[in-house]
Ligand binder design. Structure first.
Ligand code: ZN
Length: 329
């Protein structure tokens, strides 16, 4: 994988620089040709912004004139994408993180057809624009997933023939091999996107291969489908409880600023969600969540003992309840 090559190259350059200033002339010549390395310092938080509102479907899908994929630059190296709810009611969020020479797309939405949902085209455009602004060429794209549910990898196939692309894969074994996790879910690994450090760990409970990702540059903690403003479908309660407590530990050890995730299903009325399948959500709360909300979930993880539906202001815990019983009909 290019990443390993890349970090070796980095180390080699660092070695050259420290060992012999003889090479200074070479260094100067080299840096005149190559794009400047982007810095992603961990000690100062990279600012970023969420939109005032996301595209949220429409009363009639036929009259929807929003883009198939909303592209929002959280900051210049961090993109958040949302699938149009008129195409699929899941309204799934996807993330694109840039490091030096490497971009990572996390999740690929709920629609496979490139005609309906041209995710590959949109991602290619973002990458082309980013390369131009940053004087880079041919950065590698890693196509990764938060977890292995079909509403988050439907457009995965659009990338399989893309040049200069690493497909992480859609089996538990491929995912863990890519991230270097051999003790799932306990292990916490650092993953380098070329100067941009991610902390990655297993957070099963909603699904048995799910990962949470903390980005040390923006201080965003990505919690996928295991924690978001909506119906938290839990198939394995013990695992989910341990995962949510682990997210709290990660937030204790790192200066997390927002929790970001995959869906919005709540309304702005506390404790009230939109019914399953809703394609128009005019009263959505923000997607990002707070540490106080995480604390509530942690508390719930110690209190809940039985399967059932538990309502909180900002999320519903749907503990081991068959999906068909959870619609609001
Ligand atoms: Zn899921």
């Amino acid at each position: 994988m290019g990443l390993i090559k890349h970090s070796e190259k980095l180390r080699t350059f660092a070695g050259i620089a420290t060992v012999a200033s003889l090479f200074l002339v070479f260094d100067v010549a080299f840096s005149a040709m190559a794009p400047a390395r982007l810095a992603f310092p961990l000690d100062e938080r990279a600012p970023g912004e969420f939109p005032d509102g996301w595209i949220h479907g429409s009363k009639s899908a036929m009259d929807n004139d929003d883009p198939a994929v909303q592209v929002h630059a959280y900051n210049e190296h961090t993109y958040i994408l949302r699938e149009n709810k008129a195409i699929n009611y899941e309204g799934a969020f996807m993330y694109l993180f840039f490091g030096n020479d490497v971009a990572m797309l996390i999740d690929q939405g709920s629609t496979s057809s490139p005609a309906l949902f041209p995710l590959r085209e949109v991602v290619d455009e973002i990458i082309a624009g980013w390369e131009e602004r940053n004087g880079q060429e041919n950065i590698e794209l890693i196509v990764a997933n938060s977890h292995l549910h079909g509403d988050h990898f439907a457009a995965w196939n659009q990338f399989v023939d893309r040049p200069n692309t690493v497909m992480v894969g859609l089996t538990h074994e491929e995912v863990m091999a890519f991230w270097g996790i051999d003790n799932y879910p306990q292990q916490i690994v650092n993953f380098n996107l070329g100067g941009r450090e991610l902390v990655v760990t297993g957070t099963p409970g909603h699904e048995g291969s799910e990962l949470a990702i903390y980005d040390g540059w923006t201080d965003l903690l990505y919690t996928g489908d295991m924690f978001y403003r909506g119906r938290l479908y839990i198939e394995d309660w013990e695992a989910w409880a341990a995962s949510i407590q682990k997210l709290r530990t990660i937030a204790d050890q790192n200066p997390v600023v927002h929790l970001v995730n995959n869906h919005i299903e709540m309304t702005t009325t506390p404790g009230v969600d939109y019914p399953v399948g809703t394609t128009w959500q005019p009263n959505e709360p923000p997607m990002q969540m707070t540490l106080e909300m995480l604390d509530q979930a942690v508390e719930a993880s110690f209190e809940i003992e039985e399967p059932g539906i538990y309502t909180y202001d900002d999320f519903l815990i749907i503990n081991q309840v068959p999906w068909s019983y959870t619609s609001d009909l």
